[in-house]
Design a protein around this ligand. Structure first.
Ligand SMILES: Nc1nc2c(c(=O)[nH]1)N[C@H]1C(S)=C(S)[C@@H](COP(=O)(O)O)O[C@H]1N2
Ligand SMILES: [Mo]
Length: 366
């Protein structure tokens, strides 16, 4: 029995950790917050899930043995848990390996992963409340089944573990309460104004972003170049402006398909301004002073990298990088530096923000 109690607590603890880290990843505000604390939330979530999965697998036999003598309500609980866990694991795996799968499947998995989490909240609340406050629900005898309630209720003597539960539950409630507020920023950006691009989950490692007035933005190429160069938006618009339609993929599992992007090829910019770099490595910096990522010269020139200023026929909105962001058609979204202000050529290749913080691949190919 002690074993089962421990499993129950461990299960609860891991679940709350997963729940909190998962929701924090879901809401842009909290994601930002953890980034600023330099806490690798994605890997945390993945490692806890792995541990959680192992615990589940190893405890199943014991749990079923225990259940054989218990009321049906316990069966319901266990099966509900198991089905949700299976769904989370499967959708999580698809999100993890989304690079190898069609985008509709990846997006579906992201949606399911999120929805099942929200669906689970009422159950978590009822279950935790049941354990803490020892509510006796008058289940009809046929539902209560083999054992009478008192034997199960007697498991719920208030102990140190209850204190832990209380704390966790408090955190949970706080979180859900604040969640209502946190939902706001996502809805705002994805809302009516840009229905077609509404599937972008605005990602931003800082809690604020630079806001540029019409003329306060410029783009500089410097470092190991023969002559550095600074361009205004008007200068950019004098270059050949092209439109492409392409899919946008984030490594975390979501994609937006058929985004029409308007901008200038880095190749054209270099040719028209006779830019001759002395090295083959460049770092692109965001005006937020935090985010950056690096490329090789061929990646920028030969692979169609673009400075983009319109999505779907509209100027980028502020949180999406207004007035300009980088886009590489063959790479993941994290290479798409928003509010790009500077391209610096360096003698060696720098690792970007997510390569330092999150162990992302340097080249980021899809
Ligand atoms: N400056 C800046 N650019 C950024 C990021 C960021 O946090 N800051 N996130 C990157 C990541 S991981 C992705 S997936 C895309 C997301 O684009 P969106 O915010 O327009 O959805 O922007 C990329 N560019
Ligand atoms: Mo991303």
């Amino acid at each position: 029995m002690i074993k089962l109690n421990w499993i129950h607590h461990l299960h609860g603890l891991l679940f709350v950790l997963l729940f909190i880290s998962g929701l924090s990843l879901y809401f842009s505000t909290t994601r930002t917050w953890f980034n600023e604390l330099q806490f690798p939330l994605v890997s945390f979530h993945l490692w806890v899930s792995l541990f959680y999965g192992i615990i589940i697998v190893f405890s199943l036999r014991l749990v079923f043995q225990y259940m054989a003598k218990k009321p049906y309500i316990k069966f319901f609980n266990v099966w509900l848990n198991i089905s949700f866990i299976v769904i989370w694991i499967l959708s999580g795996l698809i999100m993890y390996f989304q690079g190898y799968l069609p985008t509709t499947i990846g997006n579906g998995a992201v949606t399911i992963h999120g929805w099942f989490t929200f669906l689970f909240i009422p159950w978590v609340l009822i279950h935790s409340a049941g354990h803490l406050i020892k509510i006796k629900i008058p289940w009809p005898p046929w539902w209560r089944g083999k054992a009478m309630l008192p034997s199960t209720v007697s498991e719920n003597r208030l102990e140190r573990r209850d204190f832990i539960r209380f704390t966790l539950l408090g955190v949970l409630f706080l979180f859900i309460g604040s969640g209502i507020k946190w939902i706001q920023p996502i809805l705002n950006v994805a809302g009516d104004e840009n229905k077609r691009r509404g599937y972008f989950r605005i990602y931003n490692v800082t809690s604020d972003y630079p806001r540029y007035e019409d003329s306060s933005w410029s783009f500089t190429v410097d470092g190991e170049v023969d002559e550095s160069l600074t361009l205004t938006m008007n200068d950019l618009l004098r270059l050949p402006v092209i439109s492409i339609v392409d899919d946008f993929h984030c490594v975390t599992g979501w994609s937006v398909r058929n985004v029409e992007m308007k901008g200038v090829l880095v190749k054209d910019l270099f040719e028209k301004h006779n830019l001759t770099p002395r090295t083959a490595f460049a770092t692109a910096y965001s005006g937020d002073q935090v985010y950056y990522d690096s490329f090789t010269l061929p990646q920028l020139i030969d692979e169609g990298a673009m400075l983009v200023f319109e999505f779907d026929g509209q100027e980028l909105v502020n949180p999406q990088g207004y007035p300009c962001r980088l886009f590489h058609p063959g790479m993941y979204g994290y290479k798409s530096v928003k509010w790009i202000e500077r391209l610096e050529f360096t003698t060696e290749r720098r690792r970007g923000y997510w390569q330092v913080m999150g162990d992302y691949d340097l080249d980021g190919y899809l």
